[in-house]
Ligand binder design. Structure first.
Ligand code: ADP
Length: 638
């Protein structure tokens, strides 16, 4: 019998068998065959041995339960039930146990096969630990990018948008679909050309980073500042596979930065101004101080001719007044800056205010050969309103003082118009004028207009700032119209709140300050400072008075008890042991008729109110003016 065919068939079968065995033994997947009836393993490949950790001998003729391969028995039952039902199960994920007890995630596919007329289970198992780890990492990274507070957009190399995170949609209003694969929509405000975009892509393709602050357009057309960065994502072959664009909203940051820069500039400017102010103030204080100290030394010389003595005394007085006005300015600005300035409104006669300011500056104007003009009707016709008299006087004096200071020929005119809602005051001059660019500045603290002629006029640069602050408080406003070389018109308004007043108050200023008393008067002077007492003694020396001194409040009370009658008390406020206010209260209780005049160095209106509340009849402020002191004393004693 010719068995060539048989032999060839046998050879082919053997060959096929060997190929299958080779595949069975070399595949990296673990393959096991077990009998369904008793579960005993009949064959496993080498991968199964290395995966399970058992040797072939330990496996064959044992069951998976004996080898304790399943982590969870009920899971195994479920799995086997599924195989039985369907005849196969693919890619079933469950946990298995190795010989050393280590649990690992596995992907199992099983099928029922018939071998030698018996049902067998053939299973292919794959360790998916690494895959699981990678999957976890991907999940981690994608949730990181999804939940990142920085907006992210990913495109492929063709520019197709494959991902935007939630923050991106929140920030720009765009989701993937409405961008229609066109990122240019976002960058519209920046006019990016295609070639520039291409250059950028090439740059990041070289692993360079690119970031810039750009204006981004939202879906609704509004825009915001963002820090934009572009980077390339490389695949395993190190070829660009995607691009990542991130946007961070920096509107707030930019604003904070701008505010910081502004604040820094402001602080620097304020610093510069303060330094300039200090220099200026130092000069302004030292100049009159210099005159006072220098000329005072000459006065000591008994040989000094009378005429020179008079001249020096005048200089000292003038310098003293100058010094006082600068100190007042500094105190006023400090009070304003501390937010402590308040209004003290009283019945105020505008005619009287105009008269006072006019008289105050008449001689100074004459000395400078300038005419001081004022409509006489304004000085004669009383017009009463409720306002802060002291502040009004101060503003008007400051404006007239400035006008005279900055005018070399012509005139200075002051006056007011009554309008329905407000009163408009004006101070006009034919002086040097103020450059346009300085007209807004001069109302700020420490500002002085730069003068083209370079002349130094003196001044602290505070007067107008104080006036403006007072007017803000009083409900008015101030402004200037001026032309360089021609002159300036200063205007300010205060609310018009007219009053009908039939009789004028007694006016201390009408009293003749020189006459002495017919009968001797006894005046108690409570004053702790030696020099102040000496000055008062000197001032009152011609008045026909006997002066009794108390060095503190306590002593003042004692003297009132012992040495009757006391006709008037001049009470210093700040004194040791008992201050002037306490002493006044105690004395007024027992001797309510003795007039008490407080002398105060305090600048606050509030303190003056306290003085009057304590029972003082009146007050004189330090530095004391001889004229005013005598006028007040005479007013109460005549
Ligand atoms: P100062 O004490 O320096 O006079 P002010 O605040 O009163 O301070 O004025 C500020 C600046 O405004 C002055 O230094 C001056 O340059 C300018 N100025 C004010 N009034 C006049 C005026 N009538 N004519 C010209 N310049 C004026």
């Amino acid at each position: 019998m010719d068995i060539t065919e048989l032999k060839r068939a046998q050879a082919l079968a053997r060959e096929s068998d060997e190929r299958l065995r080779l595949a069975f033994n070399t595949t990296p997947d673990a393959i096991a065959i077990s009998r369904l009836s008793d579960g005993l393993y009949v064959d496993v490949n080498a991968s199964f041995e290395s995966l399970s950790g058992y040797g072939r001998d330990e496996i064959i003729n044992h069951t998976s339960t004996e080898l304790n391969i399943w982590e969870n028995v009920s899971e195994r039952n479920l799995f086997l039930q599924k195989v039985r039902e369907k005849g196969f199960v693919t890619n079933y994920e469950l946990n298995l146990r190795k010989k050393d007890g280590q649990i690992f995630p596995a992907l199992v596919s099983s099928a029922l096969v018939n071998l030698n007329s018996q049902e067998h289970l053939i299973s292919i198992t794959r360790d998916i630990s690494e895959f699981k780890k990678a999957q976890e990492q991907v999940r981690l990274l994608s949730s990181a990018i999804e939940q990142n507070p920085i907006a992210a957009l990913i495109t492929d190399v063709e520019g197709k948008i494959v991902f935007v995170n939630k923050c991106f949609t929140d920030l720009t209003g765009h989701n993937i679909s409405d961008l229609k694969n066109d990122v240019h929509v976002l960058f519209r405000p920046n006019n990016f050309s295609n070639s520039l975009m291409q250059q950028l892509l090439e740059k990041v393709g070289q692993k360079e980073k690119w970031s810039e602050e750009l204006m981004i357009e939202r879906k609704d057309g509004t825009q915001f500042w963002a820090s934009v960065s572009l980077s390339a994502i490389f695949n395993l072959q190190d070829v660009v596979s995607h691009y990542l664009i991130t946007l961070e909203d920096i509107t707030e940051k930019k604003k904070i930065l701008q505010d910081l820069v502004l604040a820094k500039e402001k602080a620097e400017e304020s610093d510069r101004l303060k330094t300039a102010f200090l220099h200026n103030i130092s000069h302004e204080i030292r100049t009159p101080m210099n005159a006072i100290m220098g000329f005072s030394e000459f006065l000591v010389d008994p040989e000094l001719p009378e005429q020179k003595r008079k001249q020096f005394v005048e200089i000292i007085l003038r310098s003293g007044n100058q010094l006082l006005s600068i100190i007042n300015d500094i105190i006023s600005i400090a009070i304003i800056e501390a937010g402590q300035e308040k209004l003290y409104e009283t019945d105020t006669n505008l005619a009287e205010i105009i008269r006072l300011v006019y008289n105050q500056y008449l001689s100074q104007a004459a000395n400078q050969h300038i005419e001081l003009r004022c409509d006489p009707l304004l000085c004669e016709n009383d017009y009463y309103i409720k306002t802060d008299k002291t502040k009004l006087m101060q503003i008007l004096s400051n404006l007239v003082g400035n006008a005279i200071k900055f005018t070399h020929q012509g005139y200075v005119e002051l006056g007011y118009h009554v309008e329905k809602e407000y009163i408009l005051f004006y101070v006009r001059d034919t002086g040097i004028g103020i450059p346009k660019e300085a007209q807004g500045e001069i109302f700020k603290r420490f500002r002085q207009a730069r003068r083209s002629d370079g002349k130094i006029y003196g001044g602290s640069g505070l007067g107008l700032a104080i006036s403006k602050a007072y007017l803000d408080l009083m409900g008015g406003r101030i402004w200037v119209e001026s032309e360089e070389g021609k002159g300036s018109n200063f205007y300010f308004t205060i609310p018009n709140r007219p009053l009908i007043i039939s009789q004028k108050d007694d006016d201390v200023s009408n009293i003749e300050p020189t006459l002495s008393f017919k009968s001797k008067k006894r005046i108690l002077v409570a004053e702790d400072e030696e020099s102040n007492f000496a000055l008062i003694e000197e001032y009152l020396s011609d008045l026909n008075v006997e002066i009794v001194r108390a060095e503190d409040g306590e002593e003042a009370i004692e003297i009132c008890e012992r040495q009757q009658p006391i006709d008037l008390i001049l009470m210093d406020i700040k004194m040791p042991r008992k201050d002037g206010l306490e002493a006044t209260m105690a004395i007024k209780k027992k001797h309510p008729t003795i007039p008490i005049i407080a002398q105060t160095a305090y600048a606050l209106e509030e303190d003056r109110t306290k003085i009057l509340q304590a029972g003082c009849d009146d007050y004189v402020s330090k530095p004391l003016s001889r004229e005013r002191l005598i006028q007040v004393i005479r007013f109460y004693l005549d």
